[in-house]
Structure formats: C-alpha cells, structure tokens
Ligand binder design. Structure first.
Ligand SMILES: Nc1ncnc2c1ncn2[C@@H]1O[C@H](COP(=O)(O)OP(=O)(O)OP(=O)(O)O)[C@@H](O)[C@H]1O
Length: 344
C-alpha cells in the first residue's frame, strides 16, 4: 500500500512560494528522504503533511487519509520528531514516554508494554530511570524518535533528525533509525541537508530545491544517472584547446569547463587519467592538478541546480532577510499539536 501520496502540493507564504507543486509517493515500510539546503521548503512540506499547515493548493493523503478533510485520522496515523528538542528534562526517560502515552489514551497495560519495547528498541532500557537532563544529545534524540513510535504510527516524520549531533553520534543515530525501520515496518520520511545521511539511510531520495523536487530515485540510481566518475583537471591556460580534444573523444560522457580547467565525466575515471594526460600533452596544454572522484548526491545536486548545497544555503534567506527557522508561522494556521507525536 502507499503510505503517502502527494499531488501538486503548493504553499505560498506572502510572496514566497515555499512549496511549489510537489508530487511524490512513499510506499509502506520505505525509508524516504527529502534532501535539500536550508530554505528549500522541506519543513513547510512536512508541516502540511502532518496537518500543522494548510496547503494553498494540491492534495495529499497519509495512510489513506486526506490531510485537509481527515486531519484527526491523519494525526493518529503519524508520529513526528521536530528539529527542536521537545523533552521534559526533569522527567526520566520512562516518565517522558508515559506522559506521551497518556496523551494517546493508551491503557496502563499497553503503556507499560510499549514503553519496554521502545526503550529496548532505542537502547535506553538501562537509563530509563535517569532524568533526561543527564542524557547525551544522541540519547535524547533516540528517546524522541522512540516517543514518536509509541502509539505505533504507520508513518514517522523526522525533521533533520541528526542536526546538532557530532559525527559519531550521528552515525549511531542512523543505525537506530535503520533498525527501527526494519523492525517495525513503519514508513519513515526524513528531511536532511546532510548528503551522507541521505545516501546511507534512504531507500529513495527526493532532491528538493527552491520548493520543487528536481530528482527522485534511489541514491545509487541518482548518482549512476550522471554517467560515471568525474575527473577534474586544472591546467595552465588554454582550456579551450583541451576542450576541443575532449569533443572528439568517444569515451567522454560529457565535460564542463571551469575558469581553471575541465571537469570530465567518464566511466571508471581512474583508468582514464593516463588517456586524459596524453590528450592534454597532444594539445600542448600543461596540467597543474588531476583529481578523480566517484559522484555522490552532492554532485547530483550540483549538476541539477548549478550550485552545491552549501552555496544554496548561503544565498537563501527568508523573504524578509531572516533564516527560515527564525520565521514565525502564522499562529492562525497552526492548529493544536495534540496527537501529532510532538507530545508535551
Ligand atoms: N511563515 C513564513 N513566512 C515567510 N516565509 C516563509 C515562511 N515559512 C517558510 N517561508 C519561506 O519558505 C522557504 C522554505 O522554508 P522551509 O523552512 O520550509 O525550508 P527548509 O528546507 O525546511 O529549511 P530548514 O531546514 O531551514 O527549515 C524559505 O525560503 C522561507 O523563507
């Protein structure tokens, strides 16, 4: 079954089109990623899917329920972990979960059983009686992810699940997310601006830029679509002379010129370096450096948008100049958060 179906969803805020006619589906049990720079529209999209924001136009269903007509059923079908932590630091891990369980009206027996299962799943059984204030950043994130699963939702939304965590804790958290996805069959939709997170975790990735999906596929298929490795060659002037030679090469998938040289896409780049050096020699062009690398999702993003994720983040302030996270959402459009899994 299809866990999420999004059709032409659009959200305009003032004169900014934060989400611009987005369509995609997420299948049951899939780990689906929305990858894009800050300000791409990922949070706005998720906020519409969890019924916190009303779309300007378009439709979507979560677990078969319409996000506009059946908000209650949608909220009961999902769990959500927001970017900003929302745990009570004075309560213990178990008490935080128990509080959330009561919000969902779970019976005492179910509550105890689910809390035990969840603490085991996120590796916090031994720390269940410790105040959350004593937990590390990674433990808090895991507890939040567990809390989002407490009521056994069909879909779990994770908005930038590892932002603010150090590299090692980030990797640990990926393992827990993967394990949780495998062991519970829950469909997961996560937003991220970390390339490696999308590559390591997601079955499929939608690359989002300026409110639109520019590509959608498995990480492997997305990188394969570029047609091979990228060999970057810097030269002393005469870039055009080298480009002329590349034009005549049947084994070059494509190339682009830069101020200092060329970026050549070829299959199995390492094996073609000698050929490329020979080509430059023949054209009497002096090489200053050669670098071959296998493309990743950053390369895909670059080839689709003409900028890296980091460059995009540097030039996407809010309409009034503030970063997206600082922009308050109109409270009139923000219904109560009960039953969305954000708990307290
Ligand atoms: N309430 C609002 N008022 C004005 N502009 C908004 C509002 N909400 C979102 N935007 C704009 O819509 C665009 C998308 O923002 P959004 O927060 O969805 O991006 P994002 O990809 O989730 O980034 P982040 O991870 O930083 O939240 C941004 O350019 C932002 O300026």
């Amino acid at each position: 079954m299809t866990a999420i179906r999004v059709t032409d969803l659009t959200k305009t805020v003032g004169c900014v089109t934060a989400v611009d006619g987005i369509s995609f589906t997420v299948e049951d049990g899939e780990l689906f990623g929305l990858l894009g720079p800050n300000g791409a529209g990922k949070s706005t999209l998720i906020n519409m899917l969890v019924t916190l924001l009303r779309p300007t136009s378009g439709t979507a269903t979560v677990n078969g329920h319409d996000i506009i007509e059946e908000t209650g059923a949608v909220r009961n079908s999902l769990g959500i972990v927001f970017q900003e932590p929302a745990l009570d630091e004075e309560l213990t891990g178990e008490e935080n979960l128990a509080f959330h369980s009561r919000l969902y009206g779970q019976s005492k027996t179910v509550r105890q059983q689910r809390i035990d299962e969840i603490l085991d799943l996120v590796g916090l059984s031994e720390q269940r009686d410790d105040p959350v204030g004593t937990y590390s950043g990674g433990m808090k994130r895991r507890l939040e992810i567990g809390r989002g699963l407490l009521h056994e939702p069909a879909v779990l939304f994770l908005d930038e699940p590892t932002v603010g965590l150090d590299a090692r804790t980030r990797r640990d958290t990926w393992e827990y997310i993967q394990r949780m996805n495998e062991e519970t069959d829950v469909s997961v939709v996560l937003t991220t601006h970390y390339i490696e997170e999308a590559e390591q975790l997601c079955d499929r990735v939608a690359i989002v830029d300026e409110g639109r999906i520019v590509a959608i596929d498995s990480p492997t298929a997305l990188t394969a679509s570029l047609g091979g490795d990228v060999v970057a060659i810097d030269v002393e002037g005469r870039v055009a002379a080298l480009a002329t030679r590349l034009d005549a090469c049947p084994w070059v998938s494509r190339y682009t010129t830069t101020d200092t040289g060329v970026r050549v896409t070829v299959e199995r780049g390492e094996t073609r370096i000698a050929d490329l050096v020979r080509l430059a020699d023949d054209a009497d062009v002096a090489i200053t450096s050669v670098d071959s690398h296998t493309p990743n999702l950053e390369t895909v993003f670059l080839s689709l948008t003409g900028a890296t994720l980091t460059e995009r983040e540097a030039d996407t302030p809010a309409s009034d100049g503030r970063r997206p996270r600082d922009v308050p959402v109109d409270p009139a459009e923000t219904p109560a958060r009960a039953n969305t899994g954000d708990g307290e």
